[in-house]
Design a binder for this molecule. Sequence first.
Ligand SMILES: Cc1cc2nc3c(=O)[nH]c(=O)nc-3n(C[C@H](O)[C@H](O)[C@H](O)COP(=O)(O)OP(=O)(O)OC[C@H]3O[C@@H](n4cnc5c(N)ncnc54)[C@H](O)[C@@H]3O)c2cc1C
Length: 568
Amino acid sequence: MRQHDIVIVGAGLAGLRAAFEGITAGLDTAVLTKVHPLRSHSCAAQGGVNAAINPNDNWEDHAYDTVKGADWLGDEDAIEIMCEEAPQAVLDLDTMGAPFSREDDGTLAQRPFGGQSYARTAYAADRTGHAMLHTLWEQAIKLGTHIYQEWQMLHILKDPNTGRCAGVVAYDIATGKVETILAKTVLIATGGYGRIYASNTNAMINTGDGVALALKAGAHAADLEFVQFHPTGLRNSGILISEGVRGEGAYLIGADGKRFMQKYAPNKLELASRDVVSRAETMEIMNGNGKNGAIFLDVRHLGRDIILERLPQIRQLSIDFEGVDPINEPIPVRPTCHYTMGGIRTNKLGETYVPGLFAAGEAACVSVHGANRLGANSLLETIVYGKVTGKEMVRQIQEGTTREFPTYNREDVLIVERKIAELKARSSEDGYRQADLREDLTQAMQEHVGVFREEKSLKKGLKKILDIKEKYKKLYIDDKSENFNTDLLTALELGNLIALAEGTVRSALAREESRGAHSREEFTTRDDKKWMKHSIVKWNHATDEAEVDYEPVRQLGKERYKPVERTY
Ligand SMILES: Cc1cc2nc3c(=O)[nH]c(=O)nc-3n(C[C@H](O)[C@H](O)[C@H](O)COP(=O)(O)OP(=O)(O)OC[C@H]3O[C@@H](n4cnc5c(N)ncnc54)[C@H](O)[C@@H]3O)c2cc1C
């Protein structure tokens, strides 16, 4: 039997940062990841990480910007922890050797980012996530962390007597074997699920496995309707062009060649928060000021030297994927699904509703981002909450509340094995192909649950998703083999995407207001009286449906966090 004190599912920044706490506390800590750790989506993060490091800045302002950016749906206890711990969390990474960009005097360089009142975004050129993830990965190797690489979690185990989380059932991708790993505590750090949309900036692996499986294991998911559309995804591929580019001074222009943000955010212009800029772009495109569904990001005035020094990656991406060299031409961009504010509901220490089960990073909804995440606050969340949650898991094991290995029900493992056998047994005559269902699902989300939402269209979207959910019961796969069967794994991931799409649409339909990234055409204003509360999704196993409930926002009652209209 495989067993560890701590099992962490996910080797992105949140998972590896938490693993560091487990290992350095002397606990047997294992990390499970379905791809090589350096292929985690964290590696794709470009723009940077926020922290009030400069002596002229302070964490309280960062906290206020975050509360405001979140459109007053963020939990203030968690936001304060994140912003207060931010400078130390970034300096931890600096000390470990992360190659952050620097000023001439050796201090960390920081750039302005959307929705921030101070230039507090530390960065490593336009490859910040890459630099940070490599640094934590080096630490993991140095400390001898046990890595189950290319192992995919398929189920979360619970102790039938106590309801405690008992470990996970995982699939060894190389051998095709279903394995059981027991643990005293489990952390879900599996990242987001931007892949529910057809156009997105996310890695192929961002299918929300951890969120969907935790939901089915009895944890709650929160705020699934809040999906961030990034204002600058490349027109054709959806590949991200970092907000750091606007931080460096880029303009957004329409097909008429003129800037338009002064109409929508007269003070912050291109650096208003992402929901505001994405809506502005959508309006311009709808009003005929776009070209082939895109508007343009213009960096020509920054000059060749700055572009080559600070934005080398985005230049290359534009050349490779749009055939446009930003030194000479503006880049065609459009709003693209980028980040999921929703996730597994936790308290300010990362605990979920299932004892022994924790969540951190983009998979979690702790909730530091509320209705809208500010750029560069997510890398920050991973390193602060990886640390905070890791420490709490260690504390619970060391102080004895979690000292024994829980028991589990062998039948749960057999259910997983039977599900795989069924998928392989079905033939094309009596089933549906996963590529077709995935296409239908992601297109339905794109069409009905996008930047602007409206009741009739949302209902249509829900109907389509429920139809896909029925068809999914008759899914077949072509590849029946044991080794590296990606056909099987992506089929199982599709089931997770469907569950999260259903939760997203049901929550979006129910929320009759506009707040942060959720913009309803019939309810155009924020309604604090009725709606300053988190949407909670629970899985009803009797009906096999996502059910929507609510929970109050954790407010601190401080005068400076009092809700006001959000303008930029
Ligand atoms: C293109 C892009 C650019 C971004 N830029 C920035 C930025 O500049 N600043 C910022 O703050 N944020 C940025 N973000 C957001 C930020 O990068 C992510 O939210 C954050 O890195 C997520 O980290 P994570 O550790 O939670 O998960 P991830 O890094 O996504 O890692 C998830 C891990 O879970 C594993 N996993 C998933 N499912 C399973 C399973 N079933 N079994 C086993 N393992 C599993 C994966 O293998 C992976 O190791 C960006 C996001 C994108 C997509």
